[in-house]
Ligand binder design. Structure first.
Ligand SMILES: NC(=O)c1ccc[n+]([C@@H]2O[C@H](COP(=O)([O-])OP(=O)(O)OC[C@H]3O[C@@H](n4cnc5c(N)ncnc54)[C@H](OP(=O)(O)O)[C@@H]3O)[C@@H](O)[C@H]2O)c1
Length: 302
């Protein structure tokens, strides 16, 4: 176990200005015995400056600039790594090469990832860049750096619960179709359970859990797995309205949100308790006024 050791350790957190990294940083900041390097491309941005406090060094690092990564990673005992979907579709390997250079002082590398859509669907999905880029990164790590692989734990993120904020009314977030009646439509089936996650609150406890598990563990960061049909039921119940799900094949199903069931563990399978947010808790915690009373009124579903 690493987290309980008395000697001071350095944790390097990529994406400290983002959702997952800031969740991890929030808990280590209050824990004695740790120093932290928070990595960002923009050390003077408000999201980075808020972390300027004793025990934390905001380090310039760009995943496309190998030299900067080596500096940010100096002295690392633990690394939390996350790549950015938009920036790292083409070459997500720079992070791996830089972390490999920190051996032998490194004790644990925790990398935020997604299952290979191709492998998990047994070839049925042959292209999903969102997932494929991360799978490529892991293949590179395993093949090129067996020593680093032996110190690596995987954190497989489920579908962000907050994605409804990015969608438009109807498509991915409830759209009002009549008084007290709402509908969600998506190009996927409504009955398959999905591993939804609240990454703001839950990334930290899942990282802590991985530090207490053997390296090599692939832990799924998820609250209760639920289908879109169940999501609609919960959302309707919480808001005292009716909500239904409809599959609409507007275009080929674009996003795979499944998890490779063969090589992962879920929090509820562990011998100790990991705090996670259920969808019911998440839905209850949100302000849904913008959805319940949309500015445009009734949504015209296609
Ligand atoms: N949305 C979903 O449903 C979902 C589900 C599972 C997994 N994911 C994955 O989650 C990941 C994003 O994580 P997040 O939500 O924590 O991120 P986020 O909130 O979108 O923030 C992006 C972070 O990445 C950093 N970053 C971007 N480009 C960088 C670069 N070139 N070098 C160094 N740092 C860089 C940013 O730091 P600066 O701007 O400060 O440099 C920022 O901290 C994506 O890879 C996505 O695939 C998303």
């Amino acid at each position: 176990m690493v987290a309980g050791d008395l000697a001071p350790k350095t944790i390097v957190i990529f994406g400290i200005t983002g959702t997952q990294g800031s969740s991890v940083a929030r808990s280590f900041v209050s824990q004695s015995g740790w120093t932290m390097h928070g990595v960002t491309r923009k050390p003077s941005s408000p999201a980075a400056v808020q972390w300027e406090m004793p025990g934390i060094e905001i380090a310039y690092g760009d995943l496309d600039d190998a030299e900067s990564l080596c500096k940010a990673l100096r002295g690392a005992n633990i690394v939390f790594g996350v790549t950015d979907f938009w920036q790292h579709l083409k070459d997500p390997k720079a992070l791996i090469d830089a972390v490999a250079a920190t051996l032998p002082d490194l004790e644990r590398f925790i990398i935020s990832t997604l299952s290979s859509a191709r492998d998990a669907s047994e070839g049925a999905i042959d292209f999903n860049l969102h997932f494929d880029s991360k799978a490529e990164m892991l293949k590179h790590l395993k093949k090129r750096y067996p020593e680093l692989w032996a110190k690596t734990s995987l954190l497989t993120l489920g579908c962000y619960a907050g994605n409804w904020k990015l969608y438009k009314d109807g498509a991915g977030r409830p759209g009002k179709i009549d008084d007290g009646v709402y509908k969600i439509y998506l190009p996927r089936d409504g009955d398959t359970p999905l591993p939804f996650v609240e990454p703001n609150a839950d990334t930290d406890p899942f990282v802590k859990a991985l530090l207490n598990l053997l390296s090599g563990t692939n832990l799924v960061e998820a609250g209760s797995p639920i289908s879109w049909a169940e999501w609609c039921n919960i959302w309707g119940r919480v808001n005292d309205v009716k909500c239904t799900f409809e599959r609409q094949d507007l275009f080929e199903e674009h996003s795979y949100c499944g998890v490779d069931g063969k090589n992962v563990v879920y929090p509820w399978d562990l011998s100790f308790k990991v705090k996670y947010t259920t969808m019911e808790e998440y839905i209850q915690s949100q302000d849904w006024d913008s959805v319940l009373c949309p500015e445009g009124g009734i949504v015209e579903a296609p």
